[in-house]
Design a protein around this ligand. Structure first.
Ligand code: UDP
Length: 478
């Protein structure tokens, strides 16, 4: 039986039971590898905080090791349920689609055996979204869906390199039609859902993701460097994230070469992420590519690879840096800019996807065009030359995340969406904040949830909200 010490009832009712479906991204997985990043963090944080609000949350994920128990008591009010679907071994996310009917049926068997009756299904990513709408129809319960990334955006940016299954986009269209609510993480994702997938705007709630401000918090640079054994007094630029071509760490290496070789600014670039704690090109091909590039550009001594690191250590890596950088080709939302900001560091990010929504350009860091090493080098130079500017921006960054991007806020907004869905209440438009909002937890609206400023900030980026208005070109920033 479930042990839920913290479980309270919501307005005197029995706790609502929520099934989080996340076929490849378990909260328990180590992060930083090719298939474990922001979605794992989202599922972990949102489920825990929903449980604190009184929901009973079961997270369903695929068993990818024979050692995993059927049910893992993960946090007060949160269980992880491992379902058999395909081999009990790691399978690339792009090869999981054929196992989704088995995932769906394993869910039904578990629910029967456990006697669990769920009030709502929350799908994550397109494959679990399909499972959620299938089950939602069978069980007659509402479905809230968050994609984390969409197939059309991926294809637009990756072209032939996109290894998603052929049917992905068609399945996504069906989910958009069938789900009761769609959660977009930023205005550009909302625009994409409408323009690319024909989503009904009334079904979309914009609920930005967040950062754990207790884990990610500022500390002095020197102390952080000592903790990770980084022996330099010079400037350090840090990148944290998965090592994938689309994250375009190559762009950062090229910018570094411009700094070191053309401007004489001797900067260390600290790169965190990969398949293993020891940076290893065999396990992480992108590390091999980056090493070769650094050699070609004559800057190997300035590039340090730290390998995959977990959240408890990441604070030291961010704080060891003077500036954090991320310049992907596209980014559905992007948690790492928020992590750098929470650590009190200015962040330079590519103006794509969710990044113009999180970084306040000129206030908490800078936005630069993607695939433009010269523009990045220019901004890095300005920041590295001005300690007062860095400190001011770092402080403003911390204040911004504390005000707008915390997981308790995400959980409140998600709970508001659930409650509106379960009680049939209507919600005001989530991006304009239209309508009066008397109670933060009963409706999802920009005024209610306090992120009007973030929406405005994104809209004031040159070229408007990335992705533009419905009908514009989605996914690309200024
Ligand atoms: N991450 C990590 N260890 C690493 C590299 C990345 O824990 O070595 C985490 C990072 O801190 C962040 C997440 O993985 O929380 C990446 O999320 P983001 O939204 O930035 O990108 P995604 O991986 O979802 O594309």
């Amino acid at each position: 039986m479930r042990t839920m010490r913290t479980m309270r009832t919501i307005q005197g009712r029995e706790p609502r039971r929520i099934a989080f479906l996340s076929e490849h991204a378990s909260p328990a997985a180590l992060r930083g590898g090719v298939d474990a990043g922001g979605q794992n963090v989202y599922v972990d944080e949102v489920s825990r905080h929903l449980a604190r609000l009184g929901y009973a949350v079961d997270v369903f994920t695929r068993r990818d090791s024979p050692e995993l128990p059927d049910v893992l008591e993960w946090a007060p009010g949160v269980r992880i349920v491992h379902l058999d679907a395909g081999p009990a071994a790691y399978v690339r996310k792009d090869d999981l689609w054929p196992h989704m009917p088995a995932f769906r049926d394993a869910f039904s068997r578990f629910a029967r055996r456990d006697g669990a009756r769920y009030d709502l299904l929350h799908g994550n990513f397109w494959m679990s979204g399909w499972v959620a709408v299938e089950l939602g129809a069978r069980m007659d319960v509402p479905v809230a869906q968050i994609f984390h990334a969409t197939g059309l955006t991926k294809r637009r940016h990756q072209g032939a390199a996109d290894t998603s299954p052929a049917g992905r986009i068609g399945v996504e269209r069906a989910i958009v039609r069938r789900a009761d609510r769609l959660i977009a993480q930023c205005p550009s994702e909302r625009s994409e859902l409408i323009a690319d997938y024909g989503a009904d705007p009334a079904k979309i709630a914009v609920i930005p993701s967040a950062v754990n401000t207790s884990v990610f918090r500022p500390m002095p640079r020197e102390e952080a460097r000592r903790r990770i054994g980084l022996e330099t007094d010079g400037p350090v630029v840090v990148y944290v994230g998965r090592m994938l071509p689309r994250k375009d760490v190559r762009n950062i290496v090229r910018a570094l070469a411009l700094l070191v070789r053309e401007r004489g600014v001797l900067v260390t670039l600290l790169l965190v992420g990969g398949e293993s704690a020891e940076p290893d090109a065999a396990a992480t091909p992108e590390i091999g590519v980056l090493r070769a590039l650094a050699t070609e550009l004559g800057i190997t001594e300035y590039v340090r690879f730290a390998g995959k690191r977990q959240a408890d250590e990441l604070r030291y890596y961010y704080c060891a840096g003077d500036v954090a950088v991320t310049t992907p080709w596209y980014e559905p939302f992007g948690l790492t800019p928020l992590e750098g900001m929470a650590c009190g560091r200015p962040v330079i990010g590519a103006a794509v996807g969710g990044i113009p929504f999180t970084i306040a350009d000129g206030e908490t860091g800078y936005l630069v065009p993607p695939r433009d090493p010269a523009a990045l080098a220019e901004r890095l130079c300005a920041l590295l030359a001005d300690v007062a500017l860095r400190e001011r921006m770092g402080l403003a960054a911390r204040v911004r995340v504390e005000r707008e991007f915390t997981w308790p806020l995400v959980a409140e907004r998600t709970a508001a969406l659930y409650e509106a869905l379960l009680t049939g209440r209507t919600e005001p438009d989530s991006t304009t904040g239209a309508g009066r909002v008397p109670d933060r937890v009963t409706v999802v609206g920009a005024e209610a949830v306090g992120y009007t400023r973030a929406v405005e900030a994104a809209a004031s980026v040159p070229g408007g909200v990335p992705g533009g208005v419905p009908g514009g070109v989605p996914g690309e920033g200024a």
